[in-house]
Ligand binder design. Structure first.
Ligand SMILES: [Zn+2]
Ligand SMILES: [Zn+2]
Length: 384
C-alpha cells in the first residue's frame, strides 16, 4: 500500500517534470523561409558561421540547432574559434564537442549540421572558416598556413570571414593581401562573406565575382539569435541560399564548391544573375497575362509574389506605345496591380507587351540590379 502510493507519487512527479519541461522549453514553432525552389535545384537555407560557449559565444550548442529550426533553416555549421577561448576556465576547451553535443538535436529536428571551426588570425589573412571538417583538433597548429592546409586535407570548404570587419580594418574597408592570393593559388579559398552580422562588404562582392568564390552571408552570432536579430519582430539573420541538387549534406557540399549560392540579407538577394533570375521567376505569377483594352485605354495586370522578399522594380527603358509605372514594388506574399496605359489611339489587333525592369534589391554586382522583363499580351478592341 505504502509502496504503491510512493510509486504513484513518483509517476506524478515524472509527469509534472515532463509537462513543465515541455511548457518552459521553447516555442516549437518553425517560421519557414519563403523563397522558392528553382528548376533543377532546391533552394536550401543555411547559416554557416556562429559561436557557442565553447569559444566566445553565450549559448549552448543545442540551442543553436533549435534556433535554426525555429527560423526555418535547413542546416547550420557551428564554427567556434580555435585560438580565442575566453570561457576556457569554465568550459573545458574541446574543439569537436560543439558538433558532438549538437548532433543528436540536429538529427531529432531533421537539420543538417556540419562540423566547423574558425581559424582566427590577425589580418592578413584574418579569420577563415572551415566546414565539413573531420577533426578540428588537427587545425590547432602555430602557423596559419598549416591550419588552412590541415583543413584542406580534410576536404573542408574554406571561406574568408568578415573581410571588412572594423576589429581588423578600422575604416571598414576590406583589403586584399598577398596572403589571399596565396590562398587562392593553393586552392585553399572557396568562398567569402559579403555579409557578416549586419555589415555588407562591396569589395568582397567584387572579389567573389572576380575569383569565382561562393558568395556567403552569415550571422556570426554570439548571443541568442533573438537578441541579435529581433527574430520575434520578424527580423532575420543573414542567410546563405544554397542551390543544391537534393537535400543532402553531400549535395550541399557540392553546391558550395560549385559556388551556387545567393546571399539573403535584409530585403536583398545577392548572387549571380543565373541564380537570381529563376528565384524571381518562380516567386512571381500573373493572374492573367492577356488583356483586352480600347485604344488609349488602361489595363491592370495582377502580379502575385509568393516569396517573402519585397521586389523593388525600376523601369529600365521606354515601352513603345505604352505608359508603364516608373517604379513598382511587388510586395512579399501580396498581389499587386501593374497599371499600363496605351498611348496609341490607332492601335489595333494583338500586341505583345514587354516591359523592362531592373529589380534593384536583387544585386548581381554591388551597383547593379537584376534585369527582368514582364511579358503580357494586349488585344485592342473598338471603343463602344
Ligand atoms: Zn571572426
Ligand atoms: Zn566568428
Amino acid at each position: 500500500m505504502r509502496i504503491n502510493r510512493l510509486r504513484h507519487v513518483a509517476v506524478s512527479l515524472t509527469l509534472a517534470i515532463a509537462t513543465a519541461l515541455a511548457a518552459s522549453g521553447w516555442t516549437q514553432t518553425r517560421r519557414e523561409i519563403k523563397i522558392p525552389d528553382v528548376p533543377g535545384y532546391q533552394v536550401l537555407k543555411f547559416d554557416l558561421h556562429m559561436h557557442t560557449v565553447f569559444s566566445d559565444g553565450n549559448v549552448w550548442p543545442t540551442v543553436r540547432v533549435k534556433e535554426a529550426w525555429c527560423e526555418g533553416l535547413d542546416g547550420i555549421s557551428i564554427t567556434d574559434h580555435i585560438e580565442y577561448l575566453p570561457h576556457r576556465d569554465d568550459v573545458a576547451p574541446n574543439f569537436n564537442r560543439p558538433y558532438e553535443i549538437a548532433r543528436p538535436e540536429a538529427d531529432r529536428l531533421g537539420l543538417m549540421l556540419f562540423r566547423g571551426a574558425e581559424i582566427t588570425r590577425s589580418m592578413p589573412p584574418g579569420h577563415l572558416n572551415a566546414i565539413f571538417l573531420e577533426d578540428v583538433d588537427q587545425l590547432k597548429v602555430e602557423k596559419w598556413e598549416d591550419a588552412v592546409r590541415a583543413a584542406f586535407e580534410q576536404k573542408a570548404f574554406i571561406f574568408w570571414n568578415h573581410p571588412g570587419w572594423k576589429g581588423q580594418q578600422p575604416d571598414g574597408v576590406a583589403r586584399w593581401y598577398d596572403e589571399h592570393t596565396l590562398l587562392l593559388e593553393k586552392g585553399w579559398l572557396h568562398g567569402i562573406e559579403m555579409v557578416n552580422e549586419d555589415e555588407y562588404y562591396p569589395e568582397a562582392h567584387r572579389w567573389a565575382l572576380e575569383h569565382n568564390l561562393a558568395m556567403l552571408g552569415n550571422s556570426d552570432v554570439h548571443e541568442p539569435i533573438a537578441m541579435a536579430y529581433a527574430a520575434l519582430e520578424g527580423k532575420r539573420r543573414p542567410i546563405d541560399l544554397i542551390l543544391a541538387k537534393e537535400k543532402t549534406p553531400e549535395a550541399v557540399k557540392e553546391a558550395l564548391f560549385a559556388g551556387r549560392t545567393v546571399v539573403y540579407w535584409r530585403n536583398f538577394l545577392m548572387g549571380k544573375a543565373e541564380y537570381l533570375a529563376p528565384i524571381f521567376e518562380q516567386s512571381i505569377s500573373m493572374e492573367d497575362p492577356s488583356a483586352k483594352i480600347a485604344p488609349k485605354g488602361r489595363v491592370n495586370f495582377q502580379i502575385h509574389n509568393a516569396s517573402e522578399i519585397d521586389y523593388e522594380l525600376e523601369l529600365a527603358g521606354p515601352v513603345e506605345q505604352f505608359d508603364a509605372p516608373k517604379s513598382l514594388t511587388l510586395a512579399a506574399d501580396r498581389t499587386v496591380l501593374l497599371s499600363v496605359q496605351s498611348q496609341n489611339a490607332e492601335a489595333k489587333g494583338k500586341v505583345r507587351l514587354e516591359i523592362p525592369y531592373v529589380v534593384k534589391n536583387l544585386k548581381i554586382a554591388p551597383d547593379a540590379g537584376l534585369p527582368v522583363t514582364l511579358k503580357m499580351t494586349v488585344e485592342f478592341i473598338e471603343k463602344k
